[in-house]
Design a protein around this ligand. Sequence first.
Ligand code: ADP
Length: 311
Amino acid sequence: MRFINDLNLKKQADELGVSVWQTPGFLFIVLGLVAAAVMAATFYLSQNYGSPEVLILSECAVAILVLTVGNSVIRVFEQMAKVNKMKSEFVSVASHQLRTPLSAIRWETELLLSKFKKGLSEKQVKNIESISLLSARMTRLVNDLLDVTRIDQKRLLMKKEPVNVSALAEESIAEMSDLAKSRNVEIIFIPKKNMPKITGDREKIKMVMENLIGNSVKYTTNRGKIEIKVFKKDNSIVFSIKDNGVGIPEEQQNRIFDKFFRSDNCVKYQTDGTGLGLYIAKSIVEQSGGEMWFKSVENLGSIFNFKLPIK
Ligand code: ADP
C-alpha cells in the first residue's frame, strides 16, 4: 500500500510543495530505469563487441551517467533539506517575535480587567475578556509552534527528575476541572498511593496529560464522562484516559499523530484547535523512553494511553 502511495507522484508533489519531477517517487523511477537501461546496454555490448576498448568506454559512459543522475538526486534532496531548515528557522524566529507583543496584550488586558473593571461598561468588559481569551489562544499556538520546531530540530530539552505520575495526574485534572465543568463533563480518577516514580520532565509530562484531558473534554458532547487510570504494568507506569466522546473515524486514525491533522468530525463542531497537541505529546513521551497509543470508535469514544519506564 505504502509502495502504491509512493508512486502517486501528483499527490506527493502537492504534499511536498515541489514539481512532479522533483518528487522522491519520480527520482526513484528514473534511477530504476537508468539501472535497467545500463544492464541491458552492458549485456548488448558484451554480446556484440568483444573488444576490451569498447567495453571500457561503455563502462566509463555508464559510470558518468550514473554519477550525473545520482548527483541531480542528491541536489534535489539537498535543496529540500535546506528549504525545510529555512522553514523551521522562520517559524522559530516568527514565534519568538510574536511572543513579546502577545504577552504585552495579555498583561494589559488583565490589568484593565483587574484595576479598571468598575469604570467599564458591560460591553467593554466583554470585549476586553474576548481580547484576553484570543491572545491566550494565540500564545498557546505560538508555544506549540516553538515546541514543534524544537522537536523537529531535535532541540527539545528534557529534564530528568523523579516524577510521581499519579500525583501529577491529580494536579493536571485539578487544572482542567474548570474547563470540564463548563462543558458539563465529569472526570473520574482515583489516585493511587505508593506508586513507583518514573524519571522524566515533570512539566512536559504534565503538558502531555493536560493535552489528553483537554482533548477528551473538547471532543465530548454533553453528559460526557471521562475515566482516568494510572497503574503499573511490567516495568512501566501507564496513564490511560477513556472518554465517551465523538471518537475518530477509522479511515483517519493512522494520521492522528501527524502535525496539524484534525479529524473531519471534530473540525465540524470544534473550531478551536491546531492539530499540534498530539504530535508534541507523542514526541515528549517517546523522548522520555515511553510509548503512546490509542483506540477509538466513531460516535462511541476513545482511549488514549501512554507509558513511561520506571528506572
Ligand atoms: P487539536 O486538539 O488542537 O486539534 P491534537 O493534536 O491534540 O490537536 O489532536 C488532533 C486531532 O485528534 C483532533 O483535532 C481530533 O480530531 C483528534 N482527537 C484527539 N483526541 C481526541 C479524542 N479524545 N476524541 C476524539 N478525537 C480526538
